[in-house]
Design a protein around this ligand. Structure first.
Ligand SMILES: Nc1ncnc2c1ncn2[C@@H]1O[C@H](COP(=O)(O)OP(=O)(O)O)[C@@H](O)[C@H]1O
Ligand SMILES: [Mg+2]
Length: 216
């Protein structure tokens, strides 16, 4: 599903990602584990085409990101580390705008919005402004939005950072339900426990090392 080959990102003299190699199979729930500053967010941003890579390649479903940007964008759903919801819009409006951007036909769009609100347990709050949501609800809405256009690959950048223990456990339950659906997922985290609980396979990135291990 996803193949990362010698992926490198340099910001002037700083190398944020240094020759990362990684393959994620269809249906795999992969964890990229590393401390703050290891380059996890930079990697996710390169895969989701938000940041240009310096060198190397990213291949998604057999297509290189260099040549098939538009079709690749449609295949990916992204939940960024930072909240980027429209805070003056309701949950439903945030999803509606996303569906329109992805050119989903109206009927399909409305049906998927209802489905995703139910999946993330936000149906009751659909008409509330997202600025009034808790951190956990905002994160769930970003997941609903990332899944709306039915991507093949979901990128989750630190999905539980900043959440309290109860909200984190709820998020893990939601991610386990996602996993049981067989979607391919790349999750980043700096919590070893989170990687152990959720992931089939874990890759460690650090300043000096990049290797892949099977937990447990
Ligand atoms: N836009 C940027 N400009 C310059 N340096 C950056 C930028 N974004 C990230 N970095 C640097 O790249 C490194 C990796 O950051 P990041 O990918 O955010 O790590 P992580 O998500 O693993 O905490 C850090 O040293 C960070 O300061
Ligand atoms: Mg990060």
């Amino acid at each position: 599903m996803l193949e990362i080959i010698d992926l490198t990102k340099k910001y002037k003299s700083l190398t944020a990602v240094d020759g990362l190699n990684l393959t994620i199979a269809d249906g795999e729930f992969f964890g990229l584990l590393g401390p703050n500053g290891a380059g996890k967010t930079t990697t996710v941003r390169m895969i989701s085409t938000l940041t240009p890579k310096t060198s190397g390649d990213i291949v998604i479903g057999g297509e290189s990101i260099d040549r098939n940007l538009i079709s690749i964008k449609a295949k990916i759903g992204v939940v960024p580390q930072q909240n980027n919801l429209e805070n003056e819009m309701s949950a439903w409006e945030n999803l509606e705008v996303h569906g329109m951007l992805y050119k989903m036909p109206k009927e399909k769009r409305r049906q998927k919005i209802d489905e995703m609100l139910a999946f993330t347990e936000l149906t009751e709050r659909r008409d509330d402004l997202t600025k009034n949501f808790s951190g956990g609800m905002k994160r769930k809405l970003m997941i609903a939005r990332a899944l709306l256009h039915e991507p093949e690959l979901l990128l989750l950048d630190e999905p539980t950072v900043g959440l309290d223990a109860a909200a984190r456990r709820k998020m893990w339950d939601l991610l386990k339900r996602l996993k049981s659906k067989g979607l391919t997922v790349l999750l980043t985290t700096h919590y070893i426990e989170e990687a152990e609980i959720l992931c089939d396979r874990v890759g460690l990135i650090d300043k000096e090392t990049a290797e892949t291990e099977y937990p447990g």
